[in-house]
Design a protein around this ligand. Structure first.
Ligand SMILES: [Zn+2]
Ligand SMILES: [Zn+2]
Length: 567
């Protein structure tokens, strides 16, 4: 089995916040690292989603070209992911030619099968600046709730999918004119309704494996029928509709964005000089599991529309598993840059580093319900759990070892890692693998922490610092066993906290690529025991690996957040 893992393409139109990181990119990264450490063939594909009206509006506001605008965000996002140690095998761009080529292949195929059709329709047009006004290019009063600034695609207040023709008092967002009227036009539609039966039988086969939060949502949207949707727009940014009568029309962003997973895979294989084929060896291969990590706002596209496109073309297999997460909020309210209710993810990582933030954000992964970031929660999580439980244990054991056995511990001391410890580690590994294999990433970390608690209890009970005074041989055994647990923690923290894991493994002269590390990760206890069979001497001077967070710093950040929100 091979694993084709994707993360929702970030929209190249604004900063990535903690909600995106904890909801999508971090769990996908941890899962991919896990699969790779297990020795499975896995790739993690992502890239920027670079078309659409919101990008056009902001590029116009910034007075730069659309391409420059999306390039900037592409780079900003890529840099941020690097700082969080979130690794992709490929991170592409949907504004590139390779993506256009793949998208046109899909469009033409669906058109030839009459799964894309032209339809006449009314569309809003500004009678002053003559622009057509799709989606966010028009605002007006919501006909459901009366909210004054409803957009042509959605009412931000009541969440209704807006039919722009029904908006009251429409206003042109290009020039501000109220001289807006409906004119005859035409667009191409994806004929989802024609695929209802095919979709239903496929969905039935997926239901048992999908998350409980996803299934009823998809069911409610698809029970009776599927609704056809326009996939072209009158815009000047995007992929041209490849038809002579479609001059000035572009393929709309939500049609081309998911194809980005496929085009980015193709480009990835090309760039690394692989002789694998993106379809035969990956997307169309029945021995490949396709796993889309997404947030709940993306469920419609990944569970309904894109699978219908996949089945319609027959080019690629539809998604196998869809770990869709709920939202991460900021103290219970949605992140909002414009309202100042916001924490800059880039500033935070610069200040606290990837271990602390990855650890806290993993604890917030909203697998079953929404969760909330708070500065106080961050401080507590790091100081009372990561530092107290893991950092403190490793620090105590390793420093005591360096101080009292600078020449190292002899092989026979490690024989005390007996049946009891072996079964502790074996049980731990079994559950750890089950949790990560089923994408229960947050629980996997909790499980690691419970191993940490066990070994803390062990070292506190044995109290080698007291043992040493009366029975130094026994103390040596305690530290030998502890060293083996330190190694186990170093190995299994690798997907979660690659930075901390690397520091721990360096004590043993190892890294995440070392053969013995992979063997242990894969559950080989003999590899663990074998490593210590020659005795063990620390390879690096031990130092505090998990710095505590100063409560005063947190107080300041908390104060700053609340002041910003009021301003
Ligand atoms: Zn206008
Ligand atoms: Zn409304």
């Amino acid at each position: 089995m091979k694993y084709l893992i994707t993360s929702a393409l970030p929209y190249a139109n604004g900063p990535i916040h903690f909600g995106h990181i904890a909801g999508v990119y971090l769990p996908a990264d941890i899962y991919t690292r896990h699969k790779k450490l297990k020795g499975e063939k896995a790739i993690h594909i992502c890239g920027s989603d670079e078309h659409g009206v919101a990008i056009m509006q902001n590029a116009q506001k910034a007075k730069i070209s659309y391409q420059d605008y999306v390039n900037q965000w592409h780079k900003t996002h890529k840099d941020l992911f690097d700082k969080y140690d979130i690794k992709f095998d490929f991170f592409g761009q949907t504004s590139q030619d390779y993506h256009k080529e793949e998208t046109l292949k899909w469009f033409n195929d669906l058109l030839s099968k009459k799964l894309i059709e032209r339809r006449e329709e009314k569309q809003l047009q500004c009678q002053d600046c003559k622009n057509f006004l799709p989606d966010r290019f028009v605002e007006g009063e919501c006909y459901v709730c009366g909210y004054a600034e409803a957009r042509g695609d959605e009412c931000p207040d009541c969440g209704t999918w807006i039919d722009p023709l029904k908006l009251k008092k429409p206003v042109c967002k290009f020039c501000g004119s109220k001289n807006v009227s409906a004119v005859d036009s035409y667009q191409w539609y994806l004929m989802l309704s024609k695929s209802h039966e095919k979709f239903q039988s496929w969905f039935e086969s997926r239901k048992p494996f999908w998350r409980k939060n996803v299934v009823p949502f998809v069911e409610s949207l698809t029970k009776d029928n599927l609704v056809d949707r326009a996939i072209t727009r009158d815009l000047d940014w995007g992929i041209d509709v490849p038809l002579p009568e479609a001059k000035g029309k572009k393929i709309y962003v939500w049609f081309d964005a998911p194809i980005g997973y496929v085009s980015n895979t193709k480009e990835y294989l090309k760039q690394i000089g692989s002789n694998e084929d993106y379809v035969k060896d990956w997307w169309g291969n029945k021995d490949v599991k396709i796993i889309n990590f997404i947030g709940k706002d993306n469920i419609i596209f990944h569970s309904i529309i894109f699978p219908v496109m996949c089945m319609g073309t027959g080019f690629v297999n539809p998604v196998t598993d869809l770990p869709a997460n709920q939202y991460v909020n900021l103290e219970g309210k949605q992140f909002s840059k414009s309202k100042g209710w916001y924490v800059d993810a880039d500033e935070a990582i610069t200040q606290f580093g990837s271990d602390a933030l990855r650890f806290y954000l993993t604890s917030l992964i909203p697998e079953t319900s929404d969760s909330s970031f708070t500065w106080k929660g961050f401080e507590l999580k790091i100081n009372s759990e990561l530092a107290n439980n893991i950092g403190n244990f490793i620090n105590r054991a390793m420093k005591f070892s360096a101080k009292n056995w600078p020449e190292g511990l002899k092989a026979e001391k490690f024989l005390a890692f007996d049946q009891d410890h072996e079964s502790t580690v074996r049980d731990f590994m079994k559950e750890y693998h089950e949790l990560l294999d089923s994408q229960q990433i947050k629980k996997g970390q909790e499980h690691l922490m419970s191993l940490g608690s066990k070994v803390n209890l062990f070292i506190s009970d044995r109290a080698p610092w007291t043992e040493f005074k009366t029975d130094p041989e026994k103390a040596a055994e305690t530290i030998a066993i502890s060293s083996m647990y330190v190694m186990v923690l170093g190995v299994f923290f690798s997907p979660y906290l690659p930075n901390l894991s690397a520091s721990i493994l360096s004590y043993f002269g190892l890294n995440a690529q070392s053969e013995v590390v992979k063997k242990i990760y894969q559950g080989d206890l003999e590899a663990l025991k074998g490593f210590f069979r020659a005795g063990f001497k620390l390879q690096v001077e031990p130092q505090g690996l998990v710095p505590k967070i100063d409560p005063k710093v947190i107080e300041e950040l908390d104060k700053k957040l609340k002041e910003k929100a009021q301003a």
